[in-house]
Design a binder for this molecule. Structure first.
Ligand code: SAH
Ligand code: SF4
Length: 461
């Protein structure tokens, strides 16, 4: 049976149970943009089953947590929040509790849910997303717990309905999975082998996103720079980026994540000559020490990283570079850590996603000696944050007095104020009327804070 048929059956069943009142769903997303995008598909399918949406646990007939396994802290939060649903389930026995996403692809996690959280009805992994309607149908009709994970047939399900969050920003996955096996990272184990969508389907989706009025499109993949490697068609990421850029319309185009080992001059040239492509490069470096980069299995050196950054700066002097960094990788010394600090200063990142190393079951790094204490690592981490704050402030100050293009995204907390974003993904606060939301505008930057800018509207575009 097809997904649409399952959705129809579920819709009828639920309406009988709720006496014609629309059932409600709550979907909570943890982790990265890929998870946000997967949740948009889950919500699209739930919509087809007749569900409306709520943010309130007490109103929900189904609660779904789409989980993240990248760090232990993210997993602990999920366990805490699932535990808190026990009392609600007791009060509302018809409530369906479902857990999905990266955490659920790990057998030790699925076993823990089976044993310690008997009120969870459905568990499914990232590979089962496309037959979600069938799983819900089984959960409702068979009245038993369903656990489904680990089925990696490497196919990509196209034409899954999507209910996007918001109406300005759209995530567009161009590939799934990862083959890089960085020694600290669980992603290749929970998301499977790298596979690219064919360019025809990506371009079709991109056109419809533009036609629907979205203004800020992000192409998504764990390593977008290796796009196309498993496809029959001859295409690489720079070529795909140019094709999406050629779509007519009024929009910004971004992409993430770029792996430095596969970042090419061709890609930078495509960015520099694009019409819609933001001068924003998210290029995770993880460590500034060649010794640690090697242990991390990253396949580039500090010098290679700086070379691509310097080429990008040469071609796009206004480029904003952001990155991910890990502090306290097994065997990292204070000297290695200082190399990370010096790289941060040398590049001048606009902002950083900063992580303390977290041990992930099944990864290579778990076998490495890790003599530095958690206390010491957190001291280094604070030192790194202080350096990045200084660097961010320096970067922001460059905008003072300049007039830049922004996308006005919404209301700010302060009355009469709006919040906007630059190409470089920096937040700008400005005064203005709500009817400007969703418009591109020129804004004069009057003041720089360390992670946001204050500006005045010059004109809309
Ligand atoms: N595919 C992306 C990143 C995906 S995970 C890339 O390669 O850039 C997002 C970030 O989480 C990583 O860049 C890394 O900085 C961090 N991360 C991944 N595994 C981690 C771990 N075990 N401990 C701490 N941080 C981790
Ligand atoms: Fe993880 Fe490395 Fe793949 Fe990124 S490239 S998802 S860090 S294994």
């Amino acid at each position: 049976m097809e997904n649409v048929e399952y959705c129809g059956l579920i819709s009828n069943l639920l309406l009988q149970r709720t006496n014609g009142k629309a059932p409600r769903a709550l979907v909570r997303t943890y982790g990265c943009q890929q998870n946000v995008s997967d949740s948009e598909k889950i919500k699209g399918m739930l919509s087809h089953m007749g569900y409306e949406f709520t943010q309130n646990n007490n109103d929900a007939d189904i609660i779904i947590f789409n989980t993240c396994a990248v760090r232990e802290h993210a997993e602990d939060r999920v366990f805490g929040n699932v535990g808190a649903l026990k009392a609600l389930k007791k009060k509302k026995p018809h409530l369906i509790i479902a857990l999905c996403g990266c955490m659920m692809e790990q057998s030790h996690i699925a076993d823990k849910i089976k044993k310690s959280f008997p009120f969870v009805n459905l568990v499914f992994g990232t590979h089962s997303l496309s037959h979600f309607p069938q799983l819900i149908y089984k959960t409702i009709t068979e009245e038993k717990r369903i656990f489904e994970r680990g089925i990696d047939d490497n196919t990509i399900a196209e034409d899954v309905p999507i209910k996007r969050d918001g109406n300005l920003k759209a995530f567009l996955p161009i590939m799934y999975g990862c083959d890089n096996f960085c020694s600290y990272c669980v992603v290749p184990y929970v998301r499977g082998r790298e596979r690219s969508r064919n360019s025809f389907n990506i371009l079709k989706e991109a056109k419809s996103i533009v036609d629907e009025g979205y203004k800020d499109i992000t192409l998504l993949g764990q390593n977008v720079n290796s796009y196309g490697k498993n496809l029959d068609e001859e295409i690489n990421f720079a070529q795909l980026l140019k094709e999406v850029d050629n779509i007519k319309g009024d929009f910004w185009l971004r992409f993430m994540t770029s792996h430095p080992k596969d970042a090419t001059k061709e890609l930078i040239d495509a960015m520099a000559s694009g019409k819609h492509i933001c001068h924003h490069l998210h290029l995770p470096f993880q460590s500034g020490s060649n010794r640690i980069l090697k242990l991390m299995n990253r396949h580039y050196t500090r010098e290679k990283y700086l070379e691509i950054v310097s080429y990008a700066k040469e071609k796009m002097p206004d480029i904003s570079i952001t990155s991910d960094v890990i502090v306290g990788f097994p065997g990292e010394t204070y000297e290695d850590f200082c190399s990370t600090l010096s790289l941060i200063r040398e590049v001048g990142f606009t902002s950083l996603f900063t992580f303390i190393y977290s041990k992930r079951a099944g990864t290579l790094a778990t076998k490495m000696e890790d003599p530095i204490s958690a206390k010491e690592k957190s001291k280094w981490f604070k030192e790194l944050l202080a350096v990045q704050n200084e660097v961010s402030e320096e970067q922001s100050r460059k905008y003072e007095g300049k007039t830049v293009k922004v996308l006005i995204e919404g209301r700010a907390n302060e009355l009469g104020k709006l919040t906007a974003r630059t190409q470089g993904n920096i937040i700008v606060d400005l005064k203005g009327d709500e009817n400007l939301i969703g418009k591109f505008a020129m804004v004069k930057i009057t003041k720089a804070q360390n992670w946001f800018l204050k500006g005045e509207l010059v004109n809309t575009l």
